[in-house]
Every structure is written in C-alpha cells, then in structure tokens.
Design a protein around this ligand. Structure first.
Ligand code: HEM
Ligand code: HEM
Length: 473
C-alpha cells in the first residue's frame, strides 16, 4: 500500500532560547516590523510597476506614473526594507560579539523614528513629484536624506561605542564589516549630496560612485558581516578561515571603491577611469572567491544540519547568489558585454539577483535564526517553506525572463532595428516578470505572517525597564 509522503521535509525546532534583555528584544522587533511594512509597501509598488509593463494604461494619474513610482519602489526597498532589517540584526550581533550590552538602547530607538520619518517624507515628496532630479537612488531631496543620515549616524555612534567598550580582546570579523558599512554609508551620502563639485560630468562620476558605493559599501558588507555571525553559530562550528574573511574585507574596501565608473562604460567619462573600473570589477573575483569559499567551506559536511534547519537554506541561497550575481556584475563591466547589456533590462535582472537573491535571502536567514530564539516563539515550518520557495521561484522567473529578454533587447538595438521591435519582443518577458513578481510578493505576505507569529511577549518588568531605558548600559 502506498504511504503518503509529507508535504515538506520536517525541520528541527530551535534548540535554545536566548535570555536577552526584553528591551533589546522589543527594539529589534520594532525595527523588524517597520522593515516588513516597508517591504510589503515597496514590493507592492514594484509589482504595480511590473503590471504597468503588461497593461500600460493601468493607473493613468500623475501620482501613479512610472516616473514617480519607480524611485518610490527603489528607495523604499533600499532604505526601508533592507536597511532597517539589517540594522535590526546588527542590534543583536554587535553587542553579542562584543560581549557587552548595547551602549544606549534609547539612541537606537530614536534612530528608528528618525529613519521611518525620513522615508515617509521621502515617499510623500516623490508622490507629489518633488525630487532631487534624475539621479538614481538619490531621488529623495536633501533634507530627507540628511534626516536619514542622522538616523544612520546615531546607530553608528551606538555600535562604535559598543565595540569600543567590548569585553573581548579582538574585534570580531562581523564588527569590522558592520562598522565599516556604517562609516562608508555616512561618507557616501555626504559626498553624494554636497553640491559644490557636481556639474556636468562631475555629477555623472559622483552618481556612478554613489550608486555603486551604496550597494557595495552598505548592503554588501552589512549582510556579509551578519552572515559571519549567523552561519558559524547555526552550524555550531567556527568559520572555516578568519584570514579569508580579512582578505575579503580588505579587497572589498579597496577594489569596490574604484569601480563606480563601470556604470558609465562608453560614456564621455574619461576612458582611463572606465578602464580602472573594469579592471577592478574583474579584481572583485578575488573578494568573491574569498567570501563565498569561506562560507561554503564552513558549510561543508553539514548538509544534514542545513536540510533540517529552516534558516540555513536561506543563507545557502544567499551565499550562492552572492557569487553568481556579483560575478555576473563583473562580466557586465567588460566593454564587449556592456555594449550589449547596458540600458537593457539585463541590468534590472542583475539588480534583483543581487539585492534580492543575495541581500534579502541572507537577511531572511538571519531573521529566522534570531527571532524565534529571542522570543521563544516559532513560525509555522510550512509557512517558512512557502516563503522560501515562492521567493526563490519568483526570483528565478523574474531573473531569467529579464536576462534572456534583455540580451535580445540589446541585440536588436545593435542591429539598429526600429525601437518598437524591442518593445514587442519584450512583451512576453515583461509578463513573466509580473508573474515572478507576484510570487515574490506572496512570499512577502507569508513572511509578514511569520513575523507576527514571532511577536515577543513582554515580561512584566518591561514597563519598569522602559523608565530606565534612557540610561546608558
Ligand atoms: C526586496 C525586494 C526588491 C528589491 C530590493 C528590488 C530592487 C530594485 C532595484 C534596485 C531596482 C532598480 C533596477 C535597475 O535600475 O537596474 C528595481 C526596479 C524595479 N523593480 Fe524591484 N526590487 C524588489 C522587488 C520587486 C518586485 C517583487 C517586483 C515585482 C514585479 C519588482 C519590480 C520592479 C520594477 C518593475 C522595476 C523597474 C524596472 C525598470 O526600470 O525597467 N521589484 N527594483
Ligand atoms: C563583483 C561585484 C559586482 C560588480 C563588478 C557589479 C557590476 C555592475 C555593473 C557593471 C553594473 C552596471 C550595468 C550597466 O548599467 O551597464 C551594475 C549595476 C547594478 N548593480 Fe552590480 N555589480 C556587483 C555586485 C553587486 C551587488 C552585490 C549588488 C547589490 C547588493 C549590486 C547591485 C547593482 C544594482 C542595483 C545595479 C543597477 C544600477 C542602476 O540602477 O543602474 N551589484 N553592477
């Protein structure tokens, strides 16, 4: 007689509850709920934009136009979702690896308010057509971005002091990455928003610098730093090589800061500057091999643990996409390939394979590793599986549709066919992008349900603790 197979592989329950200060748990949860709210809102807008490519007459009002909604989508998923969720995890990892409490809980709580207000103001201003000109990812006007920078610097101060007053002799690898990410981001935002040197080509060079430093010096080191904590912790073994981690760190710092001009290959930006950017884009393979190799060698021999865990599969996918999608970027920088792919939807595929496949998956792995242990409440294993598979399948459909479509688009332009031909050939790929995007959006709704399920129950002492929250610990 045939036996019925279970719908999903059974996963292990969490093995330990972390006895953490309930104020910190509450703070981390507040960061996460804000981040999840922005994820749902930001990707709803993304999905709406994706549908506009299929039904161009959808939402025929100025405030629902592509030009206003696109920067809302990108800025919300950058600053709202990715940044706040990474900071939520860092609020745990930095004190834990420094073996002391967070320097000042109240400061990070205020930073959360400031960041949320800045994103809200940014979204409203973009909706009403008030923006910083056509500069990608810096469409928020300067007062809004200064507010965001203020929030970032408050958390930088908090993390810096926590690490400075650590009880360990060494600064753990995670904190190198996390503190560096904060310092770079502050510097990059200031450079990008100071007006003095931003005229004509100078503005373009700064745009390339800002755009890539944003993704490469904020999201990348932050999630790598967090993974250097969560991966060994979940596998219960040390990281394969500390030295490879240090090599990855320094090559990231040096090479990445030289590659911004690869966004403007074949542009009037000086040829030598483009060449420097291309050379170091290829040099980034050193960083990728060091980072991915270190993570995969740490995972070697632990396949059963990964299979049984509901957070480690997210981390495995994130690590694989780190290598594949960043490597894809190195190839995109080559003149021979950039000629085909630049301006096409191939780059949009790359953006999502990196920001979603690499960054979002590593964040999800960290959240599912931490939150149940902090709150003692587990999400439904089945729903975590639904989240995982819908997000992964959605991303693969989205990515492959635009990689194939983008290549055909570029070839049709090179052959100097009428522009409308490339629009017609893209129509089926845009439909597939909308289908993939729907899967991703459903995954986010399920993720939100899981987060609600893990809501912490506040201890009785919490109210008393709130009164002393402003005191540094
Ligand atoms: C955490 C999730 C997401 C992140 C981090 C993200 C990030 C981004 C980024 C960085 C861009 C700019 C692309 C470029 O210029 O190369 C972008 C554009 C876009 N995204 Fe997303 N995205 C996410 C989810 C989604 C979802 C679920 C959809 C649904 C279809 C979507 C649809 C779009 C569309 C239509 C564009 C505009 C593309 C264009 O200008 O042609 N995104 N997104
Ligand atoms: C080895 C590492 C990487 C290299 C060499 C690289 C290279 C590139 C290149 C050459 C482009 C421009 C394509 C064009 O416009 O023709 C690009 C675009 C982009 N990359 Fe990467 N990439 C790397 C990693 C990443 C990572 C880790 C992320 C996200 C965390 C990322 C996010 C993006 C985004 C969002 C864009 C679109 C920018 C725009 O809107 O024009 N990349 N990348």
């Amino acid at each position: 007689m045939a036996t019925s197979r279970p719908i999903a592989v059974s996963k292990s329950n969490i093995d330990e509850i972390i006895d953490e200060d309930s104020r910190l748990t509450k703070l981390i949860y507040s960061y996460l709920t804000s981040a999840v709210g922005w994820l749902i809102f930001g990707t709803f807008i993304g999905l709406f934009l994706g549908l506009k490519f299929v039904y161009p007459d959808l939402g025929n009002y100025p405030w629902l136009s592509f030009g206003r909604l696109r920067p809302i989508h990108t800025n919300v998923v950058f600053w709202g979702w990715s940044s706040l969720s990474m900071m939520a995890l860092a609020l745990y990892v930095v004190p834990r690896t420094s073996q002391r409490r967070l320097f000042n809980i109240q400061l990070s709580r205020q930073a959360l308010y400031i960041i949320n207000v800045s994103i809200l103001l940014g979204v409203l201003s973009l909706l009403f057509g008030v923006n910083n000109g056509g500069q990608e990812y810096r469409e928020f006007i300067w007062p809004v971005m200064w507010l965001f920078a203020l929030g970032i610097s408050a958390n930088l101060l908090n993390f810096y002091n926590t690490v400075a007053l650590r009880k360990t002799e060494e600064i753990y690898l995670s904190n190198w990455y996390i503190i560096a990410a904060f310092i770079w981001t502050f510097v990059v935002v200031v450079i990008a928003y100071l007006p003095f040197y931003q005229h004509s080509l100078g503005e373009t060079v700064i745009q390339g610098y800002y755009m890539h430093m944003g993704v490469g010096m904020w999201f990348t080191p932050m999630v790598l730093g967090l993974t250097y904590y969560f991966l060994p912790k979940l596998l219960n073994k040390p990281i394969y090589s500390y030295s490879l981690g240090v090599l990855g760190f320094w090559t990231q710092m040096v090479f990445y800061s030289l590659i911004g001009a690869h966004h403007f290959v074949f542009s009037p930006v000086p040829w030598w500057l483009q060449t420097v950017a291309i050379v170091f884009s290829i040099g980034m393979f050193v960083t990728l091999f060091a980072g991915t190799g270190n993570f995969l060698l740490t995972m070697k021999g632990s396949f059963r643990t990964i299979k049984k865990s509901y957070s480690l599969p997210f981390i495995l996918v994130g690590v694989i996409f780190y290598f594949l999608a960043s490597g894809q970027g190195s190839l995109e920088a080559l003149r021979s390939l950039n000629e085909i792919w630049h301006f096409t939807n191939y780059t949009v595929a790359h953006s999502h394979l990196t920001m979603y496949g690499f960054v979002a998956f590593l964040i999800w792995g960290g959240i599912y590793a931490l939150l149940p242990r902090l709150t003692g409440k587990e999400p439904s294993h089945l729903l975590v599986g639904v989240h995982f598979w819908f997000a992964l399948i959605g991303l693969l459909v989205y990515g492959f549709a635009l990689m194939i479509g983008g290549t055909l688009q570029g070839k049709s332009w090179i052959e100097q066919q009428p522009f409308i031909n490339s629009v017609e050939l893209m129509s089926s790929f845009w439909l597939w992008r909308a289908i993939g995007g729907t899967f991703m959006f459903i995954a986010h709704i399920v993720f939100a349900v899981n987060i609600v399920k893990m809501k912490p129950v506040l201890s009785k002492e919490f109210e008393t603790e709130k009164k002393i929250a402003s005191e540094p610990i």
